[in-house]
Design a protein around this ligand. Structure first.
Ligand SMILES: [Zn+2]
Length: 390
């Protein structure tokens, strides 16, 4: 079957036109991809979200029963609200060799390259298949890829390795930090503020917890550094706080969120245990006044840090295909940590610069798309011959 052939830029224009901001449905984009692949005789398999409003797409080019190379990308983009754009963010605009539009860098540029490479991959007799794995809700905590990963080894063959095409300017990234987010809910007891000892001030307890978090932050900063990262240590920030009801009432409740950007190797459970132990001390103090007082702690989102590790086959292949001999570490998170944790060696390499991601007038240089197409053509060469990577 001979399906249509488009350039990466042409496909990017189509993909940008779908407003796939994370809180919206990505199904129109998924149907477009499904249809495009079907025209090439490739069947897509969808992994829908619980409410059916979104879906991940998985498809295989080449021998279906053989573990292959998965090309992973997310279909969702961050909101444009509050940003000042020169042109319509959902209409691709070319200026001076750059393509402007929401998601051009992060990361519809990569998706477009993958789709544009399909006719070339189909022409080959692939010994090693290429899997397409497009997810949703990456931007709100790598949520959509998790049900897809759960199907690896079940509905789908476990990929031999995974290439995550987040924007790295086509350099090879073998490690990244992992964001972990906590929510803390503090219940005190309300009282007239003139009768403060009758109440338990939930905001004051939040203050004690924030001071403990600041101590943990300092210790993370003082821990052995990894200069490949910028900053070279794990960070901890209180990111949101809300509490109190009126200026003359002892606050009955307070909640706060904080996030840790963990380096590979940081013990998240140890941080969680320490926090809970400290909260236990605070709770005992609160309950001397109010037996109903308490503190709830929950990890609301955790994306594992990613470290490909020495001798990674995924990194070796990416370096060879990219013609490079040096790897990099980044502070932003990707789906690579989740794929790696699920047992598929992963690597991050994709077109576009993370500096343009999430910003107004997001753009990708056209030559980045060309570089990615070259990379995918060399991947096709390798997958056709099925030679050992080293
Ligand atoms: Zn991204």
């Amino acid at each position: 079957m001979k399906g249509p052939s488009y350039s990466a830029a042409e496909l990017l224009a189509r993909l940008v036109r779908f407003d796939t901001t994370s809180h919206k449905s990505n199904l129109p984009l998924v149907r477009f991809v499904e249809d495009y692949l079907a025209q090439h005789g490739i069947a897509s398999q969808l992994v829908p979200s619980a409410d059916g409003a979104k879906a991940s797409l998985y498809a295989t080019i080449g021998p279906a029963a053989v573990p292959g190379v998965a090309l992973s990308g997310h279909t969702d983009v961050v909101p444009v609200e509050g940003q000042s754009w020169t042109s319509d963010p959902f209409e691709l605009a070319e200026r001076d060799g750059c393509l402007y539009g929401r998601g051009t860098a992060d990361m519809k540029g990569f998706l477009a390259c993958v789709l544009a490479a399909v006719p070339d991959l189909l022409r080959r007799q692939l010994a090693i298949p290429v899997h397409i794995a497009f997810s949703y809700d990456e931007e709100i905590g790598c949520l959509g890829v998790r049900p897809l990963i759960a199907e690896l080894g079940r509905r789908f063959v476990h990929p031999r390795l995974v290439i995550v095409g987040e924007p790295t300017s086509m350099s090879v990234v073998d490690s990244h930090k992992g964001p972990v987010r906590w929510r803390i809910d503090i219940r005190g007891r309300a009282a007239h503020s003139s009768m403060a000892p009758l109440g338990v001030n939930a905001i004051a307890v939040a203050g004690r917890i924030i001071a403990e978090l600041a101590r943990i932050e300092e210790e993370l900063k003082a821990a052995p550094r990894d200069d490949r990262f910028d900053p070279p240590y794990a960070t901890l920030q209180v990111t949101r706080i809300a509490g109190g009801t009126a200026t003359n009432i002892v606050p009955v409740s307070c909640h706060l969120d904080f996030d840790v950007r963990a380096l590979p190797g940081v013990d998240i459970q140890a941080i969680d245990r320490r926090l809970r132990a400290f909260a236990g001390v605070c709770t005992a103090d609160m309950r001397r006044v109010a037996s109903e007082a308490g503190i709830d702690i929950a990890i609301t989102n955790e994306v594992p840090p990613f470290a490909a590790g020495a001798g990674s086959e995924a990194v070796a292949l990416a370096l060879r295909l990219a013609g490079q001999n040096e790897t990099h570490a980044v502070s932003y998170a990707t789906e690579a940590g989740l794929f790696q944790a699920a047992g598929s060696p992963s690597v991050v390499i994709g077109p576009g610069d993370i500096a343009q991601a999430h910003s107004a007038d997001e753009w990708i240089a056209k030559d980045q798309l060309d570089k990615c197409m070259g990379f995918l053509a060399r991947l096709g060469d390798w997958a056709e011959r099925g030679k050992p990577i080293r």
